[in-house]
Design a protein around this ligand. Structure first.
Ligand code: AHN
Ligand code: ZN
Length: 330
């Protein structure tokens, strides 16, 4: 019943993959001798961690609640400090159970004049149900979503802060999608179809600019837990295999090969699925997959345990540094 089909359990024996390679982030190119190399800024994991904590402090960011409204305002104001232009895409969508959700996609645009663009995204809402909580009494309790939601947004706010100080050569769009996690709970018998990722489905059909296109996109989902492992997610490999290769190669070069595994993960119906299928922008999902848990994600997934306690700044750093490197090398 879950969108993650763990059909592929082929285990590729990992050959060499942990070798840390010196990166040239801090090396200075002679100022006049060569074509100006873009200085790649250093990702600050403490800053990203702070951005995760600020979101969680509002409480569960469930659409139609006050915490969601307040968190949305803070995210908008924060993005306005960093981006050249911020678009707010407010709309109403119908959830799987018929509830009308008031939602808001938050879109930060850097270098709007550039035709060559990259899309970075994460979901900012958190789930209304802890339907995998070990305590059945908590199955309908909304969750903090420190990892499932806030971690990806926290990393991207730090990326936004860095870009605001030092523009890369290409244009960048950072989108925080709403209502990713309002999907069917596991005890519901309602039809499953397309009831996750409602914000990205809306944006994919109604982008902030009619002719919007990006060379590729990167979605971050659950990128903050200690000991996270990222496998090559199914739809990412189906629609954007070259982007997966490039990002995984970059992570390996930076010394994060033990986290970015060269193994096939499951297929996860997430925001990137609709960006690929509706907007045709090759988009990958960097998502924590773990086949030792019953659902295939990090152990506290969709439980009340998805709090700041699961967040490890090192994981935020591994993902953030990789994304920054890819953006500044493009
Ligand atoms: C499931 O596969 C159940 N959900 C889509 C991915 C997701 C949920 N990401 C965060 N929460
Ligand atoms: Zn979730």
């Amino acid at each position: 019943m879950y969108r993650i089909s763990v059909a592929l359990s082929i285990l590729f024996i990992m050959t060499s993959c942990g070798g840390a390679v010196e990166n040239d982030r801090n090396s200075r190119a002679g100022e006049d001798e060569r074509a100006p190399a873009v200085q790649i800024p250093a990702f600050n994991a403490d800053s990203a961690y702070y951005f995760v904590g600020r979101q969680v402090a509002f409480g569960p960011r469930v659409p139609n609640t006050e915490a969601h409204r307040q968190a949305g305002l803070w995210l908008t104001e924060t993005m306005e400090r960093f981006a050249d232009t911020v678009y707010l895409q407010k709309t109403r969508v119908r959830a799987y159970d018929g509830t009308t959700l008031n939602i808001k996609n938050i879109i930060g645009v850097f270098r709007p004049e550039q035709r060559r663009r990259i899309l970075l995204c994460a979901h900012w809402d958190s789930r209304p149900y802890a339907d995998y909580d070990p305590d059945p009494e908590k199955h309908y309790t909304p969750i903090d979503g420190a990892n499932d939601g806030a971690s990806g947004v926290g990393v991207l706010l730090e990326v936004a802060r860095l870009i605001s100080k030092n523009q890369p050569g290409i244009g960048v769009d950072i989108i925080f999608f709403d209502a990713e996690d309002y999907g069917n709970h596991r005890f519901s018998d309602r039809p499953e179809q397309d009831n996750w990722a409602l914000g990205s489905q809306h944006w994919a059909r109604n982008p902030h600019r009619m002719d919007y296109y990006a060379r590729f996109g990167i979605l971050l989902d659950m990128v903050g837990a200690a000991d996270a492992t990222f496998k090559r997610e199914g739809y990412s490999m189906l629609y954007a295999p070259n982007v997966v290769r490039r990002v995984w190669d970059t992570a390996h070069r930076l010394g994060y090969g033990h986290m970015f595994l060269n193994r096939e993960g499951g297929y996860v119906t997430d925001d990137h699925y609709y960006i690929n299928t509706i907007r045709n922008i090759p988009t990958i999902n960097i998502i924590h997959q773990d086949n030792t848990t019953p659902h295939g994600f990090f152990p506290e997934w969709h439980t009340t345990g998805d709090t700041m306690d699961v967040i490890d700044p090192f994981t935020l750093k591994a993902v953030g540094e990789t994304v920054v490197q890819v953006v500044y090398e493009e």
